[in-house]
Design a protein around this ligand. Structure first.
Ligand code: 8OZ
Length: 359
């Protein structure tokens, strides 16, 4: 019997071929104008046997960019370039969402219009680095968003969702994880505001709720996912009491009703253990929609999560870079090809479209 991980799954109106999802992965290979490169269509089409691809984080505005050569979803040229990608994936029988991204304070003046300071809930510099082409460098000191500017941020996400649909994406995933803008608003290590968006956990989850509501209203909640990383502290973004914060965040999402939540269980890319502990089972129980589990999983642990009802979908990041046919390899128990870290960020075909399939 084929394990349910490799069987069809209904996500809103979409039928996925299996429950194995390609997680969003920053690769810094966008062409000038921050448009998806021609190779990007080939890269994702090679991975179209995933039940769903969540394409890499793409800035919803010029101020939302934090790394060199990441693609955007705010200009007509970007929409046209992404259309080539979504056509290639659909042609190959795949499904593809786009991750909508605003980096907030995780950016550098050299990347922003007119050398502007990055935007953040509060003027607190993150102790983290960004990719500027010659390796990683410290991020710049941000300025706090004015209260009057916040509706514009919500609208940037709304427009990004509309643009993503115009570009042929089957849906979008709101990036509310990994220490970027929405996560910065949620966690008290980064949010020192004393207005309606700071202080209480209700206030700190307000931007998450407003963005999710706006995006769901724009393209339909069946086509919207939200990614969360309760445990932090990636990009220097941590909370002093994450369990209560994320129970409220999940409750608000439950009320709004995006089709899935994508949970980074543990510390992104590092470990599934966390301190302070976050009870992911408790978070999962509060959500009646589709729950996508992520972080340091393999074929065996993914199947166990499905069997135990701890996940409906399972996403893989790094394994999908070096194994374009990851679904088949997991299903047959084949050995996984190792990742070459030197070719993760920037460059061309090497380490991007040249990882072979089996046989
Ligand atoms: C690694 C390098 C650059 C960006 C994330 C978008 O952590 C990222 C990212 C990861 O979500």
């Amino acid at each position: 019997m084929t394990h349910p991980l490799f069987q069809k799954f209904r996500l809103g109106q979409l039928e996925l071929a299996n429950r194995v999802v390609m997680a969003p992965l920053t690769r810094n290979r966008a062409a000038p104008g921050n448009v998806a490169a021609p190779l990007t269509a080939e890269y994702y089409a090679q991975r179209a046997s995933a039940g769903l691809i969540v394409a890499e984080g793409s800035q919803v505005s010029p101020m939302g960019q934090g790394y060199l050569a990441t693609p955007g979803i705010h200009s007509p040229e970007q929409v046209a370039a992404w259309k080539v990608v979504t056509d290639a994936v659909h042609q190959a029988g795949g499904r593809i969402f786009l991750q909508l991204w605003h980096v907030g304070r995780v950016s550098h003046t050299s990347l922003l219009p007119g050398g502007a300071a990055p935007l953040a809930p509060s003027a607190v510099t993150a102790n983290t680095k960004t990719y500027l082409g010659q390796g990683f460098e410290a991020v710049s000191t941000p300025r706090a968003l004015e209260l009057s500017e916040i509706p514009g941020i919500v609208d940037d996400f709304r427009k990004g969702a509309a643009n993503a649909r115009a570009a042929g994406f089957d849906g979008v995933e709101i990036h509310a994880a990994n220490g970027y803008l929405i996560d910065q608003f949620m966690k008290d290590g980064a949010n020192k505001r004393d207005d309606a968006y700071g202080g209480s956990i209700d206030n700190r989850t307000r931007l998450l709720a407003e963005v999710t509501s706006a995006v769901c209203a724009e393209i339909g909640r069946d086509r919207v996912g939200v990614r969360l990383s309760p445990a932090g502290p990636i990009n220097d973004c941590a909370d002093s009491a994450p369990q209560a914060l994320f129970e409220l965040a999940v409750d608000k999402l439950e009320a709004i009703g995006p089709v899935y939540i994508h949970m980074i269980e543990g510390i992104t890319g590092q470990t599934r253990d966390t301190a302070p502990a976050v009870d992911f089972t408790a978070l999962r129980k509060r959500y009646s929609g589709v729950y996508m589990a992520n972080n340091c999983l393999d074929g065996a642990t993914a199947q166990a999560a499905i069997d135990a009802g701890r996940a409906d979908l399972v996403s893989f990041g790094r394994a999908f870079i070096s194994n374009p046919d990851l679904v088949r390899r997991l299903e047959t128990g084949a050995v996984l090809a190792p990742l070459n870290r030197d070719t993760l960020y920037g460059g061309g075909a090497q380490g991007y479209t040249d990882y072979p399939r089996l046989g």
